[in-house]
Write a protein that binds this ligand. Structure first.
Ligand SMILES: *Cc1c(COP(=O)(O)O)cnc(C)c1O
Length: 470
């Protein structure tokens, strides 16, 4: 008995194609210029091995190997080779359409760059004057023009840019608090986005944490009492993605600055989001405005480049020039500094603020300031292209990215409906399109919020939606 079945199995296995046979199929010969021989060979081997496993242990999937012939195996192998390559390609970093209404969507790459910033990164991709002064022909100072714009915008004496705000916080604490004490309110020992925890950063920087106050209330006197011989830094953290409301208190930054100056300790504020303009009109009055923090007397302030600022990933450090120089001279700065692409994107972003048209030019601000009426108009036009399939509803967009967690922005959302397709299936189809469309499911319906969709992507989006629903 055993002999018979194993003979059958091994004779079937003999029908599997060889790697060369798979590489010789029409499809493989089409793919090879794109994939390269080595990669295509690896994929072909993996496909044949997969088929072998399925023959040894048959599965009951949709594309189970039911027909056992050399031709059919070769055909299946070629088809799977194509699918594997498509899946390699679709996992590349690539454009998606963000229809979630979450403006600073961390999973979708936070802030989208402005057109000017995109152009600047393309130019900066080649040779640039990164460390070269074209007017003298001598070596130039890396990043100085971006730093100058940062000081112009924030009123700080000096600025320096590193990889992200986490790096900036770590660097500042390492330079100023290592081996000493850093005082921080119990209400500000927060975790921001999973792997950035203030207490951990403090410990890693070599500082001893001195907690003051309580979770909801910390007073100036609490800080004053805690300052001792070993105190090096008073740290103020913007809680970003978290709010304590109700019976709360914390001293103003200005009063902390006065205290720190009097007692000779450094005041460092990790502002997180980096609001360069007053955003209180849009309900974001809670976000520290960087120029305000500097005016209030913070010695050093850090913030992200790709949150409310609306630029690329970067950690921006501004403050007193002697302090910034200390940071620049630290060996860690060399390890955390940014490249020419980041400088280019950041500079173009800052230019929009300097020209006072950031609200029109920077996508994050443009999306943030869209009114419900404007969104209704766009949603209505969008709905006209897809009659029967959509319905307009009131909804709310959010800022995201750990900024302004309690702010919800009134919007009009486009809800998709279909007589037979489930919301999960519609959502999956949208995700599988080119470019992928990322939407939300709310109350058992797939909803599209045009707030985060670039107007130039709307035609494509409606085409994709139409296709997904038919
Ligand atoms: C977001 C945030 C960070 C981390 O910034 P990244 O740029 O993501 O590294 C640090 N501190 C605060 C207060 C933040 O809000």
């Amino acid at each position: 008995m055993r002999d018979q079945s194993s003979t059958t199995a091994s004779s079937i296995l003999r029908l599997l194609p060889s790697t060369d046979e798979v590489l010789n199929t029409t499809l493989a010969r089409q793919l090879i210029t794109e994939t390269g021989r080595k990669r295509l060979t690896d994929l072909a081997r993996a496909v044949i091995e997969e088929l072998r496993q399925e023959l040894i242990e048959p599965t009951s999937t949709e594309d189970a190997l039911t027909e056992h012939s050399k031709e059919s195996f070769l055909e299946v192998a070629a088809e799977r080779l194509g699918r594997r390559w498509a899946s390699v390609q679709s996992s590349r970093i690539r454009k998606v359409i963000n229809a979630t209404g979450v403006i600073i969507h961390t999973n979708l790459g936070r802030a989208p760059l402005s057109d000017a910033a995109l152009d600047a990164t393309r130019d900066a991709g080649g040779y640039t004057n990164l460390e070269y002064d074209v007017s003298t022909g001598h070596r130039g100072k890396r990043g100085w023009s971006v730093e100058k714009k940062l000081t112009d915008l924030t009123g700080a004496e000096a600025a320096v840019v590193v990889n992200n705000c986490a790096a900036a916080a770590f660097l500042v604490l390492r330079v100023f608090a290592q081996g000493g004490e850093a005082i921080v309110s119990r209400g500000e020992l927060v975790e921001i986005g999973g792997d950035f925890r203030i207490p951990d950063v403090l410990v890693e920087s070599g500082a001893t944490i001195v907690e003051v106050g309580t979770t909801n209330r910390t007073k100036l006197a609490d800080y004053e009492r805690a300052i001792g011989e070993n105190t090096k830094v008073v740290l103020r953290v913007h809680p970003s993605n978290y709010r304590i409301t109700g019976f709360t208190a914390k001293p103003s930054l200005a009063s902390l600055a006065e205290l720190c100056l009097r007692r000779g300790v450094l005041l460092y504020e990790d502002a997180g989001s980096g609001a360069m303009i007053d955003l209180s009109r849009f309900g974001l009055g809670d976000e520290p405005e960087i120029s305000r923090s500097i005016a209030d007397g913070a010695d050093v302030v850090t913030f992200s480049g790709d949150k409310l600022l609306g630029g690329c990933q970067a950690g921006i450090i501004v403050g007193r020039s002697d302090r910034i120089e200390q940071i620049r001279k630290h060996p860690l700065y060399r390890a955390l500094r940014v490249d020419k692409i980041a400088y280019a994107a950041l500079e173009a972003t800052l230019d929009a603020y300097l020209a006072e048209d950031a609200q029109e030019k920077i996508p994050v601000l443009r999306m943030l300031t869209l009114t419900k009426e404007q969104l209704h108009e766009r949603a209505q036009k969008f709905a006209e292209l897809l009659p029967e399939l959509v319905e307009l509803l009131d909804g709310a967009s959010v800022v995201g990215g750990g900024s302004a967690p309690d702010v919800s922005l009134p919007t009009r959302i486009v809800a998709l409906r279909h007589p037979t397709l489930t919301p999960d299936e519609i959502e999956r189809r949208l995700r599988g399109s080119e470019p992928p469309v990322i939407a939300r499911i709310e109350d058992d319906r797939v909803v599209i919020d045009l707030r985060t969709v670039e107007p130039r992507d709307e035609a494509k989006l409606s085409e994709i939606v139409k296709k997904a629903l038919t």
